[in-house]
Design a protein around this ligand. Structure first.
Ligand code: ARG
Length: 426
């Protein structure tokens, strides 16, 4: 429900506050425009910013209250994990670090809005991005009566105007005209947009990266990591059992140090725009690679192939803001069922930006050396291959013979089809 300016004075607006430029300006702007109370709520999904400082800034700018909700564990277990089990990569590249954080944020914001008697939730998304869709569609799904405000969509300021607005009103902001990047982070990855990146020909400058080394500065020595999975969930790193959230944090450090997880992607947004996106997602890339590889080892071919179709659909659905949809729930059920045997260990080698799977083992491995070997101990029944190929190729053989006969050059064909009548002559 879009909200109008009238009659807001006595209401409370809950603002999804990130501490960034847009939402900092929004606190001041909302109060000025609607004359109502603004409560800032930040959901911690693993942003590396100082969120306590962001809370203080929200109050300085004029929020009546500022809350921070630590949702990192919930994010890992209920949002990242299903995405990992589905090997979710939008357009084969982007691990959806921002896209999966939005539905969780909305869950928390709605909870908080109800608790604090707020009638409206405001967010700082622009009119050109996917996040506005994700926020609003998720609010519509979880709290159909909640009002929604999108100040950035209304105020028609450029980023430079916003920076100037902030200066005029003494709003402390973390960006400058020289470093105008829009950054979004969760434990699953860091997205970088705007500035020179808007020219798809321009190589991303080294100073935009914070989680990953470039190939110049990453170690000269490779490093191995071993990831243990239980039914699709990572449960250990290098033989040490640990929680999923810790595994992600550690892998962001280890793989990021080796420069793994940089993604430079021309992306198709839901709102019809192609955009140039740069990501850093070391843990996501390593874990998805490892998980995919373990699935290859333990999953029956038809399930594996069918799941890949689901995975693409699932990634699109998440990207497009439909986390809280019946189709997503049904797909989750399929993916969950598919993970029953996804237990085992994957070994990867990290070096100069690459993460390569070099070993795998599982109690449910369908790989049989006796069947695959070309050496001694071969148990494959070689004589069965001939009959199999006869049956497998038979439709092609018959089809080809019929075609040859119809073209009038069939010498061996038993059948010929005459043009128009399709009569078959023996
Ligand atoms: N393009 C990505 C997505 O739509 C990342 C968006 C990052 N958001 C941001 N405010 N910088 O999921």
């Amino acid at each position: 429900m879009e909200v109008s300016a009238q009659g807001k004075q006595n209401e409370k607006i809950l603002l999804a506050y990130s501490g960034g430029l847009d939402t900092s300006v929004a606190i001041h702007w909302l109060k000025e425009k609607y004359g109502c109370e603004v409560i800032a709520v930040t959901v911690d999904v693993g942003q590396s910013d100082d969120l306590k400082d962001a809370m203080r800034r929200a109050k300085t700018i004029g929020a009546s209250r500022a809350w921070m909700i630590d949702a990192k564990k919930e994010f890992a277990d209920n949002f990242v994990l299903p995405a990992l089990k589905a090997n979710a990569l939008y357009e084969g590249n982007y691990p959806l670090s921002t896209a999966i954080a939005r539905p969780l944020m909305v869950e928390k914001l709605v909870e908080m809005a109800k608790r604090l008697d707020c009638t409206t939730i405001a967010h700082g998304c622009t009119a050109k991005g996917n996040d506005q869709v994700r926020f609003e569609v998720s609010i519509m799904a979880l709290a159909p009566d909640m009002g929604i405000l999108a100040p950035v969509r209304e105020w028609k300021m450029t980023r430079e105007d916003e920076i100037n607005y902030a200066k005029e009103h003494d709003i402390p902001i973390p960006v400058s005209v020289e470093k105008p990047y829009s950054i979004d982070e969760s434990i699953w990855g860091r997205a970088i947009e705007c500035g020179v990146l808007e020219d798809p020909w321009t190589e991303p400058p080294e100073d935009i990266f914070e989680w990953t080394n470039g190939t110049d500065t990453s170690p000269q020595e490779h490093e191995y990591v071993e990831i243990g999975f239980f039914q699709g969930k990572p449960i250990s790193l290098n033989g040490v059992q640990m929680g999923f959230l810790d595994i992600i944090a550690k892998l962001n450090d280890i793989a990021g140090n080796h420069g793994v997880g940089r993604i430079d992607h021309i992306e198709n947004r839901l709102v019809g725009i192609k955009s140039r996106e740069v990501y850093e997602a070391p843990a996501a890339i390593v874990l998805i690679k490892a998980h995919q590889d373990l699935e290859s080892l333990v999953m029956a071919k038809d399930l594996l192939h069918y799941k890949k179709v689901i995975e693409q659909h699932y990634s699109d659905l998440i990207y497009n803001g439909l986390w809280f949809s019946p189709l997503k729930d049904a797909m989750d059920a399929f993916v969950e069922k598919s993970q029953e045997m996804v237990t085992g260990t994957i070994k990867l080698k990290l070096f100069k930006g690459s993460a390569v799977v070099v070993g795998r083992e599982s109690p449910y491995s369908l790989y049989s050396t006796a069947l695959s070997t070309y050496a001694k101990g071969d148990e494959f029944d070689h004589s069965s291959a001939k009959g199999f190929i006869y049956v497998w190729g038979l439709p092609l053989k018959v089809g080809s013979m019929v075609k040859a006969g119809a073209n009038g050059n069939g010498t061996t064909g038993e059948a010929a089809v005459s043009e128009g009548s399709y009569t078959v002559c023996k």
